[in-house]
Design a protein around this ligand. Structure first.
Ligand SMILES: Nc1ncnc2c1ncn2[C@@H]1O[C@H](COP(=O)(O)OP(=O)(O)OP(=O)(O)O)[C@@H](O)[C@H]1O
Length: 265
């Protein structure tokens, strides 16, 4: 009995949240992602690193079907979340994106109040029965986004009036408000100053307790600071994937070594 409990626990710990198998992405004639097979665990920060144009963002966008919005883009292969094929015809991409939230490079709050930025998603997905419940969801998301204390007295002011770093934490709170299980972040700190960057990095590090976070970053220091797993991409291929410490201290592939030592990229 005890063994069964231990085995079940180990299986839960090791089970992949996101699983990709033989994924290829084409933009017309451009072959941007080549046969990528990868298991991304739950409650972990996974970083995608690699030189410009290697396909990091393209691959990230496969995970919530954002590439569907690009006409020339064609995705093949299998991507599952909790064992469910997200490209199955029965999957509604809008519902999928509620489960798989996204934060972009440039903070992009809606031209609405701080409160409404966060309340918007829960409202359209019918997550609150009344105003009191909505208030609760908004407060919880802003707390998780580590920005509650800075905005609690001005919830009706425009989100666009906040500083860049605050706007990005607001966008993270907005993504969290619909209770996603996965958060995709595409270079979330590239438009921020060093102080705002370190605040958002701290937040990302904390978020792994509740979510599976996948972050694209150009900064190897950032990948080393916030992630536990790292995947290195080069020319559309995923060259190496493993524990972040291992990738940075003991890479197995020469291309990874060349990148982390600054010889390519
Ligand atoms: N919308 C698009 N239409 C056509 N080609 C695209 C599109 N988006 C990306 N590509 C091409 O796909 C390849 C991978 O681009 P992608 O943006 O995924 O790389 P990246 O590693 O995220 O780059 P960066 O670090 O510079 O953001 C590149 O050759 C790029 O030109």
């Amino acid at each position: 009995m005890k063994d069964t409990v231990l085995e079940t626990h180990a299986m839960t710990q090791n089970r992949a949240k996101i699983r990709t198998e033989g994924v290829n992405v084409h933009y017309g004639a451009t072959h941007a992602i080549k046969d990528v097979t990868l298991d991304i665990p739950d409650k972990t920060v996974t970083a995608f690193i690699g030189p410009s144009g290697c396909g990091k963002s393209t691959f990230l966008r496969c995970i919530n079907r954002m590439n569907d919005t690009i006409d020339v883009c064609r995705v093949t292969g299998i991507i599952t979340i909790d064992g469910e094929d997200i490209y199955d015809r029965r999957i509604d991409p809008v519902q999928l994106r509620r489960k798989v939230g996204m934060v972009f490079q440039k903070p992009n709050p809606f031209p609405k109040s701080i409160y409404d930025n966060v309340a918007y998603g829960p409202k359209i997905h019918g997550l609150a029965r009344n105003r009191a419940e909505l208030d609760e969801i908004v407060e919880k998301a802003l707390r998780r986004g580590a920005i509650w204390d800075e905005v609690k007295d001005r919830l009706s002011e425009p989100g666009t009036g906040l500083s860049g770093g605050q706007q990005q934490r607001l966008c993270i709170a907005r993504a969290i408000a619909t209770e996603p299980e996965i958060l995709l972040m595409d270079e979330p700190c590239s438009a921020l100053d060093p102080i705002a960057t370190s605040q958002v990095e701290e937040l990302i590090y904390e978020l792994k307790n509740n979510y599976s976070v996948v972050i694209v970053t150009h900064s190897m220091q950032q990948a080393a600071r916030v992630s536990q797993k790292t995947a290195f991409f080069h020319l559309g291929t995923m060259v190496e994937y493993g524990e972040t410490d291992e990738i940075f201290t003991n890479p197995r592939d020469e291309r990874t070594e060349n990148y982390i030592t600054g010889r390519i990229g």
